[in-house]
Each structure stands twice: as structure tokens, then as C-alpha cells.
Unconditional design. Structure first.
Lengths: 99, 196, 627
């Protein structure tokens, strides 16, 4: 973000405000959904889905990932792959045992 | 001796050094919190029973904390935007707000922890509380780290604005990326620990 | 730590606007990557010798489990080295050598303190608990305080900025912090020997639940690891940003020396694999200090009593988190070594490396795969066939890039004009030794054969072949190779050859019989070397043979230590800035490189890193920065 003009920044600020409102709304929704007492699987899926949207908004707009360079994307994609491995493989080990 | 690309972006990568540096550091933090989430998942799935977070933890307080932290993310990015339009006074106000929100988050956390301790509930109580205290505790440490960095940039560090405004703006952007990440972790911690 | 002839005397400083930094900023708290590299090198070498000394003591126990240890002999060796380096230092007026002599004297003192302690060595025989402590600390010190700081912190720091044509690392102050955090971590680890109950004794792997209930030393170990991991993370960010952002004009990725590629991939491994171990260390600290049960299962019985904890934890969770780091860690141990060997081979065959692209792609693929093979260390934990097959398959796949790299290096010798310099001797020996190490890994990677070999001496033989006559030989090659750039003098080839041949023979004497003992079923981590087991009786005689080889290996390091310190001041002066006639950028600088590295401004690169045997006037090589 080197040569941004005041106009560009104003556009960014508008985006920040909209994202803030969205995040507030999604937070309220997350808590509201929890009062529905869905069954475990559904509760997890919905909660993580909403959290991912919120996280995505923070990353894309506050952290400017949406206009970031390839190198940064590449590093993050690599990290995500290993993150998934770290979560899923031990879980597989939990379910697949000798007994 | 000058290190190239500390302020200006390197043409082929489009990045300046500290921006690449902070994203790499954040990648390592993803793996750190990822390991903690992985541990939580493994322990919970293997457990014969696991309480609902909402039954044992203070959801309204955590909801308030979520609002505070998200708010602080907005003020953080606004402080950077203020520097981009060369408004130092506005930067100071927004950064100050960010730091206050950070403190607010810690105060609320203090109430939460205090309430548990006064009821004799410590991490040793059971696995649920062990994971709750450890995950939120480590996150809290990261909040403290962020507050210290932000306070430095609000106070003594802000003198750089007069000498090297572009370099200072870059630093605030980089500090912001860290702060947003701390917010991002909480966005996942909150539902996972308190609502599921 | 005072570096060896690297920092320029302040008078010659080329930057007019900076004040002349004092002694502390020049030699101790320097932000110059070359000084920091030397600091890492010296500290790493000292820890390497300390870890080695622990093993020398253990080898008495293994050879003669019922005989009292002759403590004086084990003090004599570090004391002799202390005397040698101090005397050389005093004669040549080098403060660093005297300092190192002091540290060796400290090691001698530590050994004397321990062997004289009746509670540790009742009637001169090492307590099993002490043996376990030495074992755990030997592994920890060698891997985390010795080899990696040497390979990455030492060689990486000194050489990488030079080879990419940069004035320094991207974040010089962060670089300095990395070193000092490592130093503090090392001191913390050392203090663990002096706490009640002694140092950590649950293996370098700290498996739970044993490590959870171990004595205070384990808490100190965990704390030390947190410092070391932090140091590593700061360093890896620095390396990646330096290599990506500070490459000189014309230096594209595919023109990088293979050494830089190996450090680049290593940095990614450290960056992404260490944090889970940091998380695990925090969890184990919580278990030990806050009474949680992350790794303690319910109903755990110790000495007939049920442990009073909340339970519900998973010991296997620790193993997953530990090995998620520790497997990529072994590639951290080998990749920089392969990088050094590649540089030395290209230079001493006067040929470009064969298959540069294959080397690079293989190394990148190796780095990626290293993250998804870890549970081959856990085949005996009750994993089912699906997950075992998954990890066995990825493990078999990962052997392919290793073989590609080794093959490319071997083929690089073909048609070369080989110069048998001392670095080249070490680099050549690396090839078959790493081959043996790699091949012996195969039966460990198959879950079926691992049933017989897991936790036996076969495993110890396997990984020591890779790390000792593998990585450490490569590090020796690097020292002999880059010594003239740092000091302006050559090390003595005669002493170097004694060091080389002695080390090669002795290392094989130590580690080959381990493969035999392991196949016979002798378990590792037995304080008496298997003396009480019927199935081990047939191979017990190897214990004495291995111990003698180890002690001889120690003796044969003395010519190296003499050579190293003596040559700094009295070695044969180099006649040019590029005595090995090398192509890479670090040799196209003054000797030693000044602050900012490239006196005449940052170079421009015109072609690949190994333009050997190209017609170039009277020379048989073309440096990278010559058109």
C-alpha cells in the first residue's frame, strides 16, 4: 500500500465500517444459534462456518489479504495444508487403532 | 550500510521486508494455535463426556470481549489509515483506543478468571478447564504482547513519524497485521470454547 | 564471545556517519551477521564437545557396567583440550582461544564434580538415573544446542547473506536477538544438571507420562526448549526474508547456490514445524506445574498408587506433537549438510553440479513431504492399518528425493578433476556414510520390520550414521572450506588428514556394531548395554569395541582443535581472496569481508553458481559476478 491516495483510503475506510457491522451481526448470530441447542455435529459445523466467515472478513479486509501478493498467499496456503495435516492425521490415529 | 527494501517494496515480490517477515511469523502462529486446537479436538473426541461450554463459562462476558476485540481491530486499521492520509493526531487517537480496548479485553478476562478461582476452579480441575485456561491464557499472553508493541508505537516509537513517515507507517501496518491475527484467533476460540 | 578475525577494526569502517562502536557492540552485541555466525559456530562447537563428553562417560558404563569409572581419564581429555587452546591463545594473543580454553576447563570441572560425587557414582559406578540423564541431555545438546546452531546459525548466518550478495541479513537486530536467546536457552539447559534430581532423564523425546512425573530437571528442560524454539523461529523468519528479498540483481532463484536453497527450505521447516512442539512444551509445563492432565490418562498407577490428577489426558498426544516437529527436525539436520557438501564437491571437481534442477526440486519436495511422515516414529503405539499404511507410504515416498540428491552428488564426481583437499575428503566420505544411514532407515520405515527394530540399537546406529559421519562430516568440511575466507589463513592439511581418517575409522567403529546389536534385539537406553538380557549375550562383546572407538574418536579430535586455533594466527596465509578458486559470491569479497560485505557496492550476477571448466582466460572458472 505505497501510493494510495486519500480517495483510496476513504474507500478502504468504508469497507472497514461495513466489515465491522457484518462482524457484529455475525457474532450476535453465533450466540443466538447456540441457544437453539442443535445436535453436536450441526452445532460444530454452524459455529465453525460462521467463525470462518468472520475470520475471512478480518483477513481479507483488515489484513488486506484480498489484495496481497502471491508470495504471501503461497506461504499461507502451505501453512493451511500442514495445519490440516496436524488436525486430521492424529484424529485418524484416534479412530484407527489395533483394537 | 543500508538494508534494501526496508521501506520501499522489492519490485518482483511487491513486498517490503517487514511485511513478508510478519506474514511468516503469523504462519508460525497459525501452526502454534493449530497445535492447540488439534490437541483440544483430540482430547474432546476421545473423552467419554465433555461439558457444554455455555453451561460452565460466562457467555455474556465473552460476547462482550468479542465485541471489544473486533472493535479494537477496526480502530487498529483506522490508525493505519490515518497515517496513510498523513493525519498523525487521528492516528494517536485510534491507536490509543486500540490500546484501551486491549486493556478492556484483559480486564474482562480478569473478571472471568477471578470468578472461577474464587469458586476454587483451577486448570487442574478437569480437562475442560485445563484447555479453557491454557488456550485463553496463551491467547491472553499474545494480547499483552500486542498491547506492549502498540503502546510503544503510540509513545516513544511514534517519534519516527517526524523523521521517516513511510517507514513508520509500514511499522504500524505490520503491528496491525499481528493485532488482527490475535483478533482472528479469538474469533475461533470464542465459539469453540464457550458455545460448543 | 570474541569472533575470530572477522569484525573489521573500527578505524577501517566505511560508514562515516556512524560512531565507532566499542568492544561490546563490535564483538559481543554485534548486529553483523558474520560476527553472529562466529558466535553461533563457537557456542555450537562447545556444546557439541560437551554432548560428546557425556557420551564418553556413558560408554564406560556400557563397556564395563560393573567396573568403577577411572574418573581421572575422563577429566584428562577436556583438561588437555583446555590447556591446548589456552596455551595457543596465549602464544598467539587470541582472546577467543583462551576463552574457549576456559570453557573446556569448566567442562573438565563439571566431569570431575560428577564422577567424584558418591551419590551419582556410588563406588564409581554410574547410577542408572544418571545414565538416563546423560542420555537425554546428550541427545538434546547434540541436536538443539550443537548441530542445528552450527549448521543453520553458524554456517547459514555467515555464508547466506554473502552468497546472495546482500550487505547483511534482512533484520540484523533480530539476528542478534536470536543468538542471545539461544545462548540463554543453552545456559538454562546446563543449569538443569545442578537442580535437585539432576537433569532431564526421560530421553530427548520426553515421552509422557514418564516425563510428567520426572524430577525438576524436566521442567528446566521444557523452559530451555521454549527459549531455543523462540530463537529458531526468529532466525527462520530472518533467513527466508533475506533469501527472498535481498538477492542481488541478476540472482534469480535458479541461480542460487544449492547451499542457499538448502538453508531456505530448512528455514521453512523450522518456521512451521517448531510451533507445535512449543505448544506441547506449554501443555507439559501446565501438567507439571499447574496440575493439569493433558498427557496423563485416568487411573495412572505409579509405584502402586493411583496418581491424584483429573486424568482423561492422552500420552499419545505428546508423541504426535513432538514428532510433528522432530521429523522435519532431522531434515533440518541434513539439508544444510547436503548444501555444504554440494558446494565443496562442485569446487573440488572443477565441474558444475550434475542435475542442479533435480537437486532443487528434490530438496523442495523433501521439505514438503517431511511434514507428513512423522508417525513412522509411532508404529508401535497401537495405530491401526489405515494410518500405519498412510505413514509407511509417505515415508517410502520421501526416500526418493533423498536418493535423487545423493545420486546427483555422486554423479557430479564423474569426469571431474578431483582435488583431494581436506574439505573434499570430508565431503566424499559423506556420500557413502549418508548412503548407509539412509539405507538403514528403510527397514525402520516399514511398519512390519519396525516391529523388530523399533527402540533397538539399530535405530541409534541408523540415525548416528546420518548425523555423525553424515552431517558432522559436512560441518567439518565447511569449517576447513570457509576458514580461509574468515581468517585469511589455511588450516594445516596434514593435521586435517589425521583428523579425517581417524574420525572416519572411529565413527564406523562406533556405529556399525550398533546395527548388529540392534538386529539381535538389544534395546536402546539400557544403562548396562543389555548385560542382563539373554538374547543380547551373543553381541555384548561389541560394547567394549564401540567404547574404545568412541574414546579414540575423542583423541583424534585433538589435532582438529590444535589446527583450528593455531591456524587462526599461524596458518599459511592465503595468496588471494579466493584461494579455492570458487565461483560463488562469498569468495568475491575481501578477506575477511568488511561490514556491509561488498566493498565496492552490491554485486550484479550474470550466470549460475557453478561455472567451472568454462573457458575464461587463464582461469578454469567464472565467478557469478563476472560477465
Amino acid at each position: 500500500m505505497d501510493q494510495a491516495t486519500t480517495e483510496d483510503i476513504k474507500k478502504h475506510v468504508r469497507a472497514y465500517i461495513m466489515v465491522f457491522v457484518a462482524l457484529m451481526a455475525l457474532t450476535v448470530i453465533t450466540v443466538a444459534v447456540s441457544y437453539l441447542h442443535l445436535d453436536v455435529t450441526a452445532a460444530i459445523v454452524v459455529a465453525l462456518f460462521i467463525a470462518s466467515i468472520k475470520g475471512g472478513l478480518v483477513a481479507s479486509y483488515f489484513m488486506h489479504l484480498i489484495s496481497e501478493k502471491k508470495l504471501v498467499y503461497f506461504t499461507l496456503m502451505l501453512t493451511v495444508v500442514f495445519f490440516i495435516a496436524l488436525i486430521s492425521l492424529p484424529l485418524l490415529g484416534l479412530h484407527d487403532t489395533i483394537k | 550500510m543500508q538494508i534494501p527494501y526496508t521501506v520501499a517494496a522489492r519490485p518482483d515480490t511487491g513486498l517490503h521486508n517487514s511485511k513478508l517477515g510478519i506474514w511468516l511469523f503469523l504462519a508460525s502462529e497459525v501452526m502454534l494455535f493449530g497445535a492447540l486446537f488439534s490437541s483440544y479436538i483430540l482430547l474432546r473426541v476421545a473423552a467419554p463426556e465433555w461439558p457444554h461450554g455455555s453451561a460452565l463459562l460466562n457467555v455474556p462476558l465473552a460476547f462482550l470481549n468479542t465485541i471489544i476485540l473486533i472493535g479494537s481491530s477496526v480502530t487498529m486499521v483506522m490508525s493505519w489509515a490515518s497515517l496513510m492520509v498523513k493525519d498523525f493526531a487521528k492516528y494517536k487517537r485510534y491507536m490509543g483506543l486500540t490500546i484501551l480496548c486491549g486493556f478492556g479485553f484483559l480486564v474482562v478476562k480478569g473478571f472471568e478468571y477471578g470468578a472461577k478461582f474464587s469458586h476454587g476452579i483451577f486448570p487442574s480441575e478437569d480437562l475442560f478447564y485445563a484447555t479453557y485456561f491454557t488456550l485463553t491464557g496463551l491467547h491472553g499472553l499474545h494480547v499483552i504482547g500486542g498491547i506492549i508493541v502498540n503502546a510503544y508505537f503510540w509513545g516513544p516509537g511514534s517519534k519516527m513519524w517526524a523523521r521517516e513517515p513511510e517507514r513508520f507507517t509500514n511499522r504500524i501496518e505490520v503491528a496491525g497485521l499481528y493485532w488482527h491475527f490475535v483478533d482472528l484467533v479469538w474469533i475461533f476460540l470464542f465459539p469453540v470454547l464457550y458455545l460448543l | 564471545m570474541q569472533p575470530v578475525a572477522t569484525a573489521p577494526p573500527p578505524v577501517e569502517s566505511t560508514h562515516h556517519h556512524e560512531e565507532h562502536p566499542g568492544f561490546w557492540r563490535t564483538y559481543v552485541f554485534s548486529i553483523d551477521h558474520k560476527v553472529i555466525g562466529i558466535q553461533y559456530l563457537m557456542t555450537g562447537l562447545l556444546f557439541l564437545f560437551l554432548g560428546f563428553t557425556l557420551m564418553l562417560l556413558m560408554r564406560w558404563q556400557l563397556a564395563y557396567p560393573t567396573k568403577a569409572i577411572p574418573g581421572e581419564w575422563f577429566v584428562v581429555l577436556p583438561a588437555a583440550v583446555a590447556l591446548i587452546s589456552a596455551v595457543i591463545g596465549l602464544v598467539n594473543k587470541r582472546k577467543l582461544a583462551v576463552l574457549v580454553g576456559g570453557v573446556f576447563a569448566g567442562i573438565a570441572g563439571l566431569v570431575w564434580y560428577m564422577v567424584s560425587d558418591e551419590t551419582l557414582f556410588p563406588q564409581g559406578i554410574m547410577l542408572p538415573e544418571l545414565y538416563n540423564s546423560f542420555g537425554a541431555m546428550h541427545g538434546t545438546i547434540m541436536v538443539f544446542l550443537g548441530v542445528v546452531p552450527l549448521a543453520v546459525g553458524g554456517f547459514g548466518n555467515y555464508v547466506v547473506p554473502l552468497q546472495v550478495g546482500a550487505p547483511d541479513m534482512a533484520f540484523p537486530k533480530l539476528n542478534m536477538m536470536s543468538y542471545w536467546v539461544y545462548f540463554v536457552g543453552g545456559v538454562v539447559m546446563l543449569t538443569s544438571f545442578f537442580v535437585p534430581g539432576g537433569a532431564a532423564n526421560s530421553g530427548w523425546t520426553s515421552y509422557t507420562p514418564l516425563a510428567n512425573i520426572a524430577t525438576m530437571g524436566q521442567t528446566v528442560w521444557l523452559t530451555g526448549m521454549v527459549f531455543l524454539i523462540t530463537s529458531s523461529l526468529l532466525g527462520s523468519v530472518n533467513f527466508i526474508v533475506t533469501i527472498v528479498q535481498l538477492r542481488a540483481k541478476g540472482l534469480s532463484f535458479m541461480r542460487l547456490p544449492f547451499f542457499v536453497w538448502s538453508q531456505f527450505i530448512t528455514a521453512f521447516l523450522l518456521l512451521l514445524a517448531f510451533p507445535p512442539l512449543e505448544a506441547a512444551a506449554v501443555l507439559q509445563l501446565m501438567d507439571r506445574l499447574a496440575g493439569t492432565s493433558f498427557f496423563l490418562p485416568s487411573g495412572l498407577v505409579i509405584s502402586g498408587q493411583v496418581l491424584d490428577v483429573s486424568g482423561g489426558g492422552s500420552p499419545l498426544l505428546w508423541q504426535h506433537l513432538f514428532w510433528f516437529l522432530a521429523h522435519p527436525e532431522v531434515y533440518v539436520l541434513i539439508l544444510p549438510a547436503m548444501g555444504i557438501v554440494a558446494e565443496v564437491i562442485a569446487n573440488n571437481t572443477r565441474r558444475p553440479l550434475w542435475g542442479y534442477k533435480s537437486l532443487v526440486y528434490a530438496a523442495v519436495f523433501l521439505g514438503f513431504m517431511s511434514f507428513i511422515v512423522w508417525a513412522h516414529h509411532m508404529f508401535m503405539t497401537g495405530m491401526g492399518t489405515v494410518i500405519s499404511t498412510f505413514f509407511q507410504t509417505t515415508t517410502m515416498i520421501i526416500s526418493i528425493p533423498s536418493v535423487i540428491i545423493l545420486t546427483a552428488l555422486v554423479i557430479s564426481l564423474w569426469g571431474g578433476s578431483i582435488r583431494f583437499t581436506v574439505p573434499m575428503l570430508f565431503a566424499l566420505a559423506f556420500l557413502p556414510m549418508f548412503g548407509i544411514g539412509g539405507l538403514t532407515g528403510l527397514p525402520l520405515g516399514f511398519s512390519a520390520t519396525d516391529i523388530h527394530l523399533h527402540d533397538t540399537y539399530y535405530v541409534i546406529g541408523h540415525f548416528h550414521y546420518v548425523v555423525a559421519p553424515g552431517t558432522i562430516f559436512a560441518l567439518f568440511a565447511g569449517i576447513y572450506y570457509w576458514f580461509p575466507k574468515v581468517t585469511g589463513r589455511m588450516m594445516s592439511p596434514a593435521l586435517g588428514k589425521v583428523h579425517f581418517w581417524g574420525s572416519l575409522v572411529c565413527m564406523n567403529g562406533i556405529f556399525f556394531p550398533m546395527l548388529i546389536q540392534g538386529l539381535a534385539g538389544v534395546s536402546r537406553r539400557l544403562y548396562d548395554g543389555g548385560a542382563q538380557y539373554a538374547h543380547a549375550q551373543g553381541v555384548l562383546q561389541w560394547n567394549e569395541f564401540m567404547s574404545v572407538s568412541a574414546w579414540l574418536l575423542a583423541v583424534v579430535q585433538i589435532p582438529f582443535i590444535i589446527n583450528f586455533f593455531w591456524s587462526v594466527k599461524k596458518g599459511k596465509r592465503v595468496e588471494s581472496d579466493n584461494p579455492w578458486e570458487a565461483t560463488t559470491l562469498e569468495w568475491q569479497t575481501p578477506t575477511p569481508p568488511p561490514h556491509g560485505n561488498f566493498a565496492g557496492g552490491v554485486p550484479e550476477v550474470y550466470h549460475g553458481p557453478y561455472e567451472y571448466s568454462t573457458p575464461n582466460g587463464s582461469k578454469d572458472y567464472t565467478p557469478q559476478n563476472v560477465a
